[in-house]
Design a protein around this ligand. Structure first.
Ligand code: NDP
Length: 376
């Protein structure tokens, strides 16, 4: 530094350019993990090199992209175990070259699970299914699968494990989905007590199964007249909470319930959706005594996700909030309300006859002219 100042005083431009600058790290950048490993924590961008290696199981789903992208763009190496080649392609570009690493995995193949977690210092488990499939029932996915992942995490003494469960998870719930989610929580905590459990409310976003299910269907079949109530949460807020858990080790061993600021019934959400898409969806209510067996048959014989016996049972369960669980507030995040995002996520469902026009003039307002553009 003294040499630099001396050369600068002598008036040479050379002084500024030729002295090599050594990149220095602040002591605060270095964190010691639970297992005593030093890790460089950076707030850097996409091309920076952070110290964390994270494995995200279930990254190919809806929520997955919101955490993979956050980690990769902060310079973490992200290991993405996958089942299907085509399902993971979009994740490759969510980080810089070499930041997102793919590994083929099967939930029953413990060697592939071990391989996916053994280089990581944090593991996220986002694997879940709303309905039973040909090869995996809900117990296989939420309890046995989660147990195998937690076993691998404990075996390689990974620093952190974040397990995504579900809102209303309860051992005595009438829904198998909520029951198996609760049993999964119990199983992972028994194996790895430092597990952070995350219970998201129904999520909305570009790829959700909440707003888009209503916007897409021309006929909606339900059993409870859309009376179930819950606090929908923005997928981006959940992604941001999952990222905070990586940086904050005090979240280890805690349970977080992540829900939005306002409670809605499904019928209220339908109204919001219809207002945005400028169409009305027909709603047909069928009693559960008929709907349940029909849904069970459809789940068995239709190869894509339609409905299941359990999804009918879930219509009769309102979201329950555990007062002892931590929330967004404990992570310093202000959750956003669904109503602020319906236009953003649903504008594509509007007919092409509607398009953005400049604001109405006073005269147009007086004459109550509608902003309707007639094409033919
Ligand atoms: P998705 O259904 O979109 O994705 C689920 C992920 O789990 C996919 O990556 C899927 O892999 C994987 N998966 C499912 N079954 C298996 C299996 N047998 N073996 C291996 N992988 C499997 O879920 P979301 O992203 O919406 O949700 C993430 C988590 O949050 C889930 O655990 C879900 O239960 C929970 N949750 C979600 C809510 C929501 O509103 N979306 C509400 C409450 C909880 P593949 O792509 O190969 O099928």
């Amino acid at each position: 530094m003294a040499l630099q100042r001396q050369l600068a005083r002598s008036g040479t431009q050379f002084a500024k350019t030729s002295i090599p600058r050594v990149q220095s790290r602040n002591l605060q950048d270095i964190a010691i993990t639970r297992t005593g490993k030093p890790i460089i924590r950076i707030s850097g961008g996409r091309s920076s090199l952070g110290g964390h290696t994270a494995t995200v199981f279930g990254a190919t789903g809806f929520l997955g992209r919101y955490i993979v992208n956050r980690l990769a763009r902060a310079g973490c190496t992200v290991v993405v175990p996958f089942r299907e080649e085509m399902a993971k392609r979009h994740l490759k570009v969510s980080g810089d070259l070499g930041r997102v690493v793919f590994l083929e995995m099967d939930l029953r193949n413990t060697a592939s699970i071990d391989e996916s977690v053994r280089h990581s210092d944090i593991v996220y488990n986002l694997i879940g299914r709303d309905y039973p499939t040909k090869n995996f029932d809900l117990e296989d996915v939420h309890v046995e699968g989660a147990t195998r992942i937690a076993d691998a995490v404990a075996k390689y003494d990974v620093d952190r494990f974040v397990h995504v469960s579900s809102h209303s998870a309860s051992l005595d719930s009438p829904s198998e989905f909520y029951r198996t989610k609760a049993r999964g929580e119990e199983a992972v905590r028994n194996i790895f007590p430092e597990t952070t459990i995350v219970r998201p409310a129904p999520m909305f976003g570009f790829e959700d199964r909440l707003l888009h299910r209503i916007a897409k269907a021309s006929n909606m079949f339900t059993s409870n007249n859309m009376q179930e109530r819950f606090n929908p949460v923005h997928a981006i807020d959940v992604g941001s909470a999952l990222e905070k858990m990586l940086q904050d080790d005090s979240t280890a061993g805690e349970t977080y319930e992540l829900y939005g600021p306002k409670q809605y019934s499904m019928a209220e959400i339908k109204e919001l959706v219809e207002r945005e898409i400028l169409k009305t969806r027909r709603h047909i209510n069928i009693p559960p005594q008929i709907m349940s067996p029909v849904a069970q048959l459809m789940n068995k014989f239709v190869w894509y996700s339609v409905m299941s016996k359990d999804s009918v049972a879930r219509e009769f369960i309102d979201q329950t909030i555990d007062p002892s669980a931590k929330t967004f507030k404990d992570l310093g995040i202000e959750p956003t309300d669904l109503a602020n995002f319906t236009y953003h996520y649903l504008q594509a469902y509007r007919s092409s006859s509607y398009y953005d026009l400049p604001p109405m003039t006073e005269r147009e307002k007086r004459e109550e002219k509608k902003y309707l553009h007639v094409l033919d």
